[in-house]
Design a protein around this ligand. Structure first.
Ligand SMILES: Nc1ncnc2c1ncn2[C@@H]1O[C@H](COP(=O)(O)OP(=O)(O)OP(=O)(O)O)[C@@H](O)[C@H]1O
Length: 303
């Protein structure tokens, strides 16, 4: 898929198993939304083939639409419509909708049901968007960044709901910037960058292996200036030290008792009190950084 001379999606091949949660992960502009919109039938593929539930999203649109749910990044509600009016309207377009009141209650929309769309908070708009995608009991839902802008409570509720959908046999395809979201939820993760697939697998497959292990050091107050360089010097050549934020660092290298002892000695010498020192498998974030050599977004968020 190209926009003018800009290539947005470049020979991407992926398939999604029925009844699973698949996360499409990538930095801004990677081509996630374009990929989803092509599957949803909003964009005609310029090359290649898309089949959704065995149907062509454009030629078979009429058959496909009642069977899929779509949560857009821009949500697609009128600015003046009240939240519950919008949800009821969408419900009436479906043959066997879910009970609107209990869905709204579940998604915490009860209190803002009479609020016009434009006055809903970003997180409430997200929740309404998700409700609109689910109310028709779809077999397959596409959710574009379902929890962007949601508070931690909203994010947990959404995760629970998506897991319940999977348990009911619904297939979920989501895009996300949140590595933790992909790690928590997805059976299958596809990491894309500049329109190309750079890695695919279950979170476990993607994080397993790798020649190195990681140690995470979280401290009680911000690190002193030059801390990264000084820790690196204390650990020696084969170790990579990354400052994750002002109070946490990741040490990648040989994970043995000597490394841990050196880290804790460095803390003592630098008057830094560790809050936690954990030895772990690589996180999806580590995999992502290795593959793309860059951050997923400015300010990767953790829940
Ligand atoms: N309508 C458009 N016209 C021109 N270029 C576009 C259009 N939509 C997307 N692009 C470009 O195509 C590329 C892929 O965009 P896309 O929105 O698919 O990425 P994304 O991975 O969903 O990004 P984000 O995480 O920021 O939502 C980007 O470089 C973007 O600037």
């Amino acid at each position: 898929m190209t926009y003018g001379d800009k290539t947005a999606v470049d020979g991407l091949t992926l398939s999604v198993a029925e009844g699973s949660i698949t996360a499409v992960l990538g930095p801004n502009g990677a081509g996630k939304t374009t990929t989803l919109e092509t599957c949803e039938g909003y964009r005609r593929p310029q090359q290649g083939t898309v089949r959704v539930l065995g149907l062509d999203p454009i030629a078979d649109r009429k058959q496909l639409l009642p069977r899929i749910g779509v949560m857009l990044q821009g949500q697609g509600a009128w600015s003046g419509v009240r939240a519950m009016e919008m949800l009821k309207h969408i419900a009436r377009l479906h043959a066997h909708p879910l009970d609107v009141d209990s869905l709204a209650e579940r998604l915490g929309l009860g209190e803002c049901g009479r609020t016009p769309y434009r006055r809903l908070s970003g997180g409430q708009q997200q929740r309404l968007g998700l409700a609109m995608a689910l109310v028709g009991r779809p077999e397959l839902v596409f959710v574009d960044e379902p929890t962007a802008g949601m508070d931690p409570q909203g994010r947990r509720t959404t995760w629970e709901l998506l897991r319940e959908l999977r348990a009911d046999g619904v297939t979920v395809v989501l895009t996300t910037h949140y590595l933790e979201e992909a790690e928590e939820l997805a059976d299958q993760v596809h990491i894309i960058d500049r329109g190309r697939m750079i890695a695919s697998g279950s979170p476990l497959e993607l994080t397993r292996g790798g020649a190195t292990a990681t140690v995470r050091l979280v401290v009680t107050k911000p690190f002193p200036p030059g801390a990264r360089e000084s820790l690196r010097a204390a650990l020696g050549e084969d170790t990579e030290v990354t400052l994750l934020d002002e109070r946490s660092m990741r040490v990648t290298g040989k994970a043995d008792p000597t490394t841990l002892a050196k880290v804790s000695r460095w803390c003592e010498e630098n008057d830094v009190l560790p809050e936690s020192l954990t030895l772990g498998r690589r996180s999806l974030e580590d995999v992502f950084l290795d593959l793309t050599g860059g951050l997923l977004t400015e300010g990767v968020e953790h829940v």
